[in-house]
Design a protein around this ligand. Sequence first.
Ligand code: SF4
Ligand code: SF4
Length: 427
Amino acid sequence: MSDHTRDTLERIEEPLKKCVKCGTCRANCPAFTAFQREPATARGKLTLVQHLLKDDIDLDDQTYLAMSKCLLCGSCVDKCPNDVPTDEIVIAAREALAQKRGLTTFHAAVGQVIQSRTRMKLGAKAAQILGPLLFRKVPENSGLRLRFPLPFVGNKRYIPAIAKTPLMARYPEVLEGQPGRPRIVFFVGCMTNFVYPRVGVATIKLFQHLGCTIIIPRDQQCCGLPAMSGGDSATVRHLAERNLAVLERYEADYVMSACATCGGALHRLYPLVVGKRNPELKERLERLAARTVDAAQLLHQLGLTPAETGAGTSGRVTYHDPCHLRTRKITAQPRDLIQATPGLELVEMEGADRCCGLGGTFNVYHYGSSLTINDAKSEAIIATGAAAVATGCPGCMMMLDDGLKQHGAEVEVVHTMELLARRLLAG
Ligand code: SF4
Ligand code: SF4
């Protein structure tokens, strides 16, 4: 084991010692649901990392496979009586594996694409052009299914189409609001920009309705979460530094995201993963984290009053907690907002706080297991009889939509911002 790899693992030596092997984490671990084996649980992974530190086992294929069986959902962290940061430990172990073995082809390609806005735009354009050749439209709605299997994609899953015009191409950089009202820097995120711009449009409309100034920095980058889940620490650090420089540039009251994953990166993972090893960045990253808010959290805080009742989904709606909002304790605010909206009735599903099964690149390497985890979620949504399921993360939207279609259910999947904008604002 190289010194660099040992340093990476030693970073988590102290928190590892806090695990008393009680197994409380197992009950809510989605990876255990899918694999039904102890090594897939938080306890199993922690034991493996302890052996790695003692040099009892090697950073080999088996270790790699074991460490890939984690959705970084944080459920074990929430439930652990000893506050063991398992997600942080798994991220460090993946980093050590990447240092020893190199990045997988998939993660190396992901790192190359997400480090460059130009490459992302070109990729989105290519996906749009090739779309009709590769995909067939699902008749009942706008989902797409591959005509034939592709590496890492298969042909079973339903994929949302890439938007014709990304969100950031639809707006100027600054949307001036009313004097004295909050100034918000909008961290858009790749999924909202390229796949679900309608989420960004709804978010902007709601905050404009409140008189806020919205700044959409042109040079914001991917948050880096896809690289983090593959152990690509160099790409994460690079993106964290670039985003930090961009987001620090503006005198704004808040940095806001409508994507739970991006918000989770800025709020928790940058200070945790990048800040810990870079004392000179730590303070700046912590200041950014303190200013970072989720769109539903901010809307709740500012107090949204309906201007008029619009059209859109009405009746029964259920809500799914994205892991990256749940771990930040943003659970009551979206529910309060939905409940306060005329024409909507919020019905709770069983296990609303359980992971949808996406888990970033887990969904790429273990798609069948993603669906197994999603089964309970889809069934719980269907059992509510709701016409729509709302959530606060575009990644969850994609997984929920896929899962519900696999079940043949016609439940609309919406972002909380869309649901509110459609009901509360005209036009
Ligand atoms: S991670 Fe926490 S909950 Fe899980 S076995 Fe260790 S101490 Fe118990
Ligand atoms: S982060 Fe989630 S998937 Fe990973 S070990 Fe913990 S509970 Fe299981």
